[in-house]
Design a protein around this ligand. Sequence first.
Ligand code: ATP
Length: 357
Amino acid sequence: MYDLSCDRVTKAFGKFVAVDQVSLDIPSGSFFSILGPSGCGKTTLMRMIAGFETPSGGDIRIKGESVLSLAPNRRNVKMVFQHLALFPMMNVGENIAYGLQCRGEKKADIPAKVRRVLERVGLPGVEEKQIGQLSGGQKQRIAIARCMVLEPDVLLLDEPLGALDLKLREHMKIELKQLQHQFETTFLYITHDQSEALVMSDRVAVMNAGRFEQIGTPRELYDDPVSGFVAGFVGDANILAGKVAEISGDEVLVNLDGGGGRIAARRSDASAVGDEVEVFVRPEAMRIGEAAARASLTGTVDSLLFNGANSRILVRALNDQLIEVADPGQSGSLAPGATVTLTFEARRARAFARRQG
Ligand code: ATP
């Protein structure tokens, strides 16, 4: 049984197709994210699920039942917006009670429900506080409590961390995931921030220009991207441009542009000798200093960027391109200006047909 299904959902605004035949099935109690750049159609899709926008085609089902004919307040979904939309003139308790009152809940039952949901979001006893007295993180939790008190089948979250500063955002990622676990309710989260999607989600749909390019676990998207778009959007990647020189099984040998060397990579879409490709290599797959016969390129150390576990060595190679190499103690005695050889295993590099633009 799926909490939420979309079956070839489409939305056109005039001739412009904002959401193009999108399908997904979200199992009960999971954290599912839609990840994509600004304008790819995420918000439009979420607004159709909530009922604020009517699809031009396709079907949306909640717990197996089509909801297309139901008004937003008749669908058992709730939505948390980036700006949270808490009522500033009401205290916390009144904010949370509001939805219960609108729903005609028995007056006598409301205080206990408010108390319980505040306990579950880790803010017991704050009923009397004014919204303005809460920290950014507390406001987030109240916004979630206000939805969860209504026991929705699916909670929709539209970039709710977007307005927070970086440190709080890092903290709230973990907290949101814990809250989702606690409530065991399906969360559908939309974001353009790949690290939010990777850290929190059970599964992620990567969206581009109105379509889903790939749906998978964070690890599948990171290790096995199906397109250059996914490889470039999810996680850091060096993109090396070249032409296919040889094909052997599921590997290609690629002559890098600008006479930069020859490298081997996994062949990820149908390519033929002579095709222009982009090879994606993660910084942590790059090794320094082991010259290999089949796959290597030579460059000059540009700079050493210290950032704890995320330290990087930047190497200038090919046509003056800066290549990021993760630095788990590789930099040693390296200094800017040193000539180095970069290698990587073919299975950790992906060649995709070169994208336009
Ligand atoms: P962002 O992260 O910037 O909010 P998004 O991925 O959520 O982007 P949408 O807001 O869904 O993207 O918009 C998708 C596309 O549809 C955009 O090109 C947008 O301009 C267009 N669009 C959205 N709503 C309308 C509308 N009511 N009329 C015409 N075009 C629209």
